[in-house]
Design a protein around this ligand. Sequence first.
Ligand code: GAR
Length: 210
Amino acid sequence: MKNIVIMISGRGSNMEAIVQRCAAEGWPARVAAVIANRADAAGLRFAAAHGIATQVVEHRAFATREAFDDALAMAIDAHAADLVVLAGFMRILGAAFVRRYEGRLLNIHPSLLPMFPGLHTHQRAIDAGIKLAGATVHFVTPELDHGPIVIQSAVPLLAGDDAQSLSARVLATEHQIYPLAVRWCVEGALRIEGGVVRQMQGAPQLWLAS
Ligand code: GAR
């Protein structure tokens, strides 16, 4: 059994999707802990209600990013994490932290990376007039919202879309692609070759919204 540790900052709907699919599909893994950087992260309640260990590592309690990152690493390592999953975790992590978990640290970002890294992705996508939006699951590297791409979902922009309607449609696809990516990781189905992620069973690494 592999240990998955999920880090959240808020709602935690991606975390929920992963917890549910892990249980329903009998992955060779368990969600060992959910760690939040805010005590009011709503997702903590879901995790606790499902018998998952929860912990808050308040970023505001630390004077430096390094001290925060060290405390996070201690919390993660206490659960012997094989895989660390950032699911709406809204703090930037330092290079030393990222290197410590290299190859076993995943993130989801609500855009078709490398387009629109950073914040306000949906509004920026609408303002740019692009016709295809989506989400990306990627291995984390020190550069923000970069790193080898595991899977992407593609969602058309519809006439009249605003950031809220677009983000809701993208989020529905996040709940499909993130559990898939985590499952592939715990099953050892991924290889990174020259910065490109290959799914060894040949499963499509693209999810098209219907
Ligand atoms: C998701 O849309 C996720 O892609 C995004 O935050 C939301 C979290 O929702 N993450 C980022 O913007 C990270 N750069 P959730 O808490 O319901 O999973």
